[in-house]
Write a protein that binds this ligand. Structure first.
Ligand SMILES: C[S@@+](CC[C@H](N)C(=O)[O-])C[C@H]1O[C@@H](n2cnc3c(N)ncnc32)[C@H](O)[C@@H]1O
Length: 208
């Protein structure tokens, strides 16, 4: 099977982005060279559906980039929902803030600038939905830090759990860190999870 063709097919049979998010993708593409960091339609719609199905109301995202997944999730939250998103690169902040300000759901979003391991502890309370999508080397630390703050029945989605196959390569630092997290999740009796071969691998877990 041609993997690229089947991924295109999957995208073409998945709900499209809102017009504002299409604009955000266009602006990110015109201005930045790392557009492949943006998680894309399949992961975005998965996040959106999981939020709607679970009725999540308080979301934490680690790794904003230009705001694609933050805005996608905010569009899926209830009226009183809130989303905290962490980013440390000021190059991406401008586009993210511009689109949060343009969106009618932008008031639900709080963007925290700085290293996520330092900004997450400044947010009070617990979360019922978490999207982990930042520096791979720190994935195990994020898991240890955030899981105690995930509500019982809460959902965590982890992106890039295959890291282009580098999880199988013991020479890759990032691959090893992600593999370590994948093992932590597998061996953690407090969660149930599924690792999906969507794009670069996505784990969806639920805290029991
Ligand atoms: C894969 S991108 C996020 C993509 C975004 N979730 C989306 O779907 O459009 C990862 C982001 O994490 C940010 N990042 C990396 N290390 C970080 C850290 N220690 N603290 C906060 N943000 C970090 C990067 O600057 C980058 O914008």
């Amino acid at each position: 099977m041609d993997q690229q063709a089947i991924e295109r097919y999957a995208k073409n049979h998945t709900t499209d982005h809102s017009e504002l998010i299409k604009e955000l993708i266009g602006v990110s593409d015109e201005n930045l060279e790392h557009i492949d960091m943006l998680s894309g339609r399949l992961v975005g719609r998965l996040l959106s559906l999981l939020i709607k199905i679970s009725g999540a109301g308080r979301v934490l995202e680690v790794g904003t980039f230009t705001g694609f997944s933050a805005l996608t999730m905010a569009e899926s939250l209830p009226e009183d929902g809130e989303l905290f998103t962490c980013e440390y690169n000021e190059r991406y902040e401008g586009i993210a803030r511009t689109f949060f300000d343009k969106s009618k759901v932008g008031t639900k979003i709080t963007l925290l600038m700085g290293k996520a391991l330092e900004t997450i502890p400044t947010i009070s309370g617990s979360f019922d939905f978490v999207f982990l999508d930042a520096d791979k080397i720190n994935y195990p630390k994020y898991y240890e830090m955030i899981l105690p703050r995930l509500e019982q029945g809460g959902i965590m989605v982890v992106d890039n759990v295959f890291w282009s196959g580098e999880v199988l390569d013991s020479e890759s630092d990032k691959g090893r860190a992600i593999d370590e997290l994948n093992r932590m999740i597998r061996d953690d009796d407090s969660v149930e999870q599924v690792m999906l071969p969507v794009r670069d691998g996505v784990t969806v877990l639920r805290k029991k």
